[in-house]
Design a protein around this ligand. Structure first.
Ligand code: NAI
Ligand code: A1CAB
Length: 271
């Protein structure tokens, strides 16, 4: 316990809450070793962090002062407001930014030249320690900083170091991806309900089906096309359903969704 230093969160919102709850469940830290800041008008976030006994403040300076590792988890539009506030306090601290589209260059230019900066992209299944995260190190972040980041993020799911140039596409795939899958789960369940199933049973079956299919791809390392073929009997029900999905452009639509999200990330990055 407490192998990691004190954790600060600037922007204690939904993603930060999922991560902090994951860290606490993993036993990586204790609530008294975490401090979070939220916007003064954001009573909901304040309440959610207080509910897990984390000290919650409405100023960012105490978070930076009291912490060794500071997660930057405000919306990208708020990052330019908070970096100047944190700059005078940022010497020798480790910052891990999860803000979509905010580059290491921007973070490094606006924090102290002695600040160590890492950019990460987690996702909300971190809450149940089934997230997937990536990170890239800035010029001042050492191998040890990378290992520390990996130990934190690997406690709430998978974690890999990647080149920063992958970040927009990764944000679009795994950062936003849970939202696409939730729509799929809702749609599967709605279909089941339309065909006569009780709603709660339909959600349980839809969620477990998505979970199981993902695990099968991950654990067998088989091509998804082969696994799809294994479900699809000649002249069977799956083949009838797949024809509907293909005719409606399901694959192209999902692929275009990832492209749209990537382009939006690039827009935020000013690319
Ligand atoms: N929600 C998600 O699934 C993911 C989000 N992210 C990134 O995480 C960041 C936060 O996203 P969410 O948690 O979804 O948003 P959110 O709106 O739930 O959280 C933002 C938090 O920032 C706080 N805040 C606003 N202004 C502030 C200020 N001046 N000082 C300190 N705190 C302030 C708000 O009170 C709120 O708690 C974004 O940059 C997003 O790109 C990254 C991966 C996944
Ligand atoms: O929608 C967003 O902007 C963020 C980035 C990844 C997930 N949510």
């Amino acid at each position: 316990m407490n192998q990691v230093g004190k954790i600060g969160v600037v922007g204690g919102g939904k993603m930060a809450l999922a991560m902090v709850k994951g860290f606490l469940t993993a036993g990586l830290t204790k609530s008294e070793r975490v401090i979070a800041s939220v916007h003064p008008d954001d009573k909901q976030s304040l309440k959610q962090f207080e509910q897990i006994n984390v000290e919650t403040v409405v100023e960012n300076a105490p978070v930076v002062e009291k912490s060794d590792i500071i997660f930057i988890s405000v919306k990208p539009q708020v990052v330019p407001i908070i970096l100047p506030e944190m700059r005078p306090l940022s010497n020798n601290k480790l910052f891990i930014s999860i803000a979509m589209g905010i580059t290491l260059k921007v973070l490094e230019e606006n924090l102290s030249s002695e600040a160590r900066v890492i950019r990460a992209m987690p996702n909300t299944p971190a809450l149940v320690r089934s997230g997937c995260s990536v990170f890239a190190r800035g010029t001042k972040a050492s191998q040890v900083d990378g290992e520390l980041t990996k130990s934190l993020l690997a406690a709430i799911g998978t974690c890999e170091e990647v080149p920063e140039s992958y970040f927009d596409a990764i944000t679009a795939l795994s950062g936003s991806g849970p939202a696409y899958v939730f729509v799929m789960i809702e749609a599967l369940a709605d279909g089941g309900v339309r065909m006569g199933l009780p709603r709660d049973l339909a959600y349980r079956l839809a969620a477990q089906t998505v979970l199981g299919a993902g695990q099968l791809v991950r654990d067998t390392k088989e091509h998804p096309g082969l696994l799809k073929d294994n479900v699809t009997s000649p002249a069977g029900s799956t083949a009838a359903a797949l024809k509907v999905l293909e005719t409606a452009g399901f694959r192209g639509t999902v692929s275009n969704a990832v492209e749209a999200a990537t382009l939006r990330c690039r827009e935020i990055s000013g690319k």
